[in-house]
Write a protein that binds this ligand. Structure first.
Ligand code: Z5A
Ligand code: MG
Length: 208
């Protein structure tokens, strides 16, 4: 039987460098002969993803509950592909996951973490979550927020507090205030270790 691939998730505050690092990891893993694939949530290429994209770009308005469920549905629609790739030995490097779903919605008025977690219960459980952090001073050196929904400081502060509440034993907090190359070297060695450690383990179910 072939060893399974790993499910490795990157979470963190806005502009912490998740996408930059995920892409560099994929390039390096492939160059070193590993099977690896980049997944990003929201996946804006699907029909559900296009609706989320319109919402984020503020060209359409949706009820807060409805958009939360759409983000979750956007993950569930990927589950068969994810499982099959992992079972065939491909490591998935995932840029945001259900934790972003919970942290962002629970930053809104009237939502509990518990309610927000419900629709994502049972998704594949990551073998590791790398949580990239930046001090507010380091963050301010990365330029201004864009025009998308949520790109405002008070919302980002609440989101960061929620991420702290979601941390569990499979999380590793990484200070992202480093050069792109230094951070890449650190993450690459951690990712290789996770791949080694998880290949014989069964894939778990999130929040069960
Ligand atoms: N959202 C949600 O509400 N519910 C959900 O279930 C999910 C998401 C999954 C869009 O996400 C929004 O969806 C997001 C959460 C919400 N809202 N916000 N805010 P997205 O993932 O599509 O967001 P994004 O546009 O990709 O931004 P980001 O992910 O926050 O950025 P990042 O990926 O962490 O950073 P980056 O793009 O790699 O880098 C940002 C900039 O910093 C860029 O100019 C880089 O060149 C620079 N950079 C990167 N690394 C460094 C270092 N090391 N030093 C200096 N400069 C750097
Ligand atoms: Mg990104």
């Amino acid at each position: 039987m072939i060893d399974r691939g790993s499910l490795i998730v990157f979470e963190g505050c806005d502009r912490s460098g998740k996408t930059t690092q995920c892409n560099k990891l994929i390039t390096q893993l492939e160059a070193d002969g590993h099977k690896a694939k980049y997944l990003k949530f929201p996946d804006r290429t699907t029909k559900i993803g296009q609706l989320i994209n319109s919402y984020l770009g503020q060209s359409c308005d949706l009820d807060d509950h409805a958009i939360h469920l759409l983000y979750s549905a956007n993950r569930w629609e990927a589950i068969h592909t994810m499982k099959s790739l992992i079972n065939q030995g491909t490591t998935l490097i995932v840029d945001r996951y259900a934790y972003s779903g919970v942290a962002y919605t629970a930053a809104k008025e009237g939502f509990t973490l518990d309610w927000c977690k419900q629709p994502d219960i049972g998704l594949p459980q990551p073998d590791k979550v790398f949580y990239l952090t930046l001090s507010s001073e380091a963050l301010s050196r990365r330029g201004g927020f864009g025009d998308e929904r949520y790109e405002k400081k008070d919302i980002q502060d609440k989101v960061a507090q929620n991420f702290q509440k979601l941390k569990d034993g499979d999380w590793e907090e990484i200070d992202a205030d480093k050069s792109v190359e230094d951070l890449h070297r650190e993450l690459y060695s951690r990712v290789k270790q996770v791949m080694e450690d998880s290949k014989k383990k069964a894939l778990g179910k999130l929040w069960t």
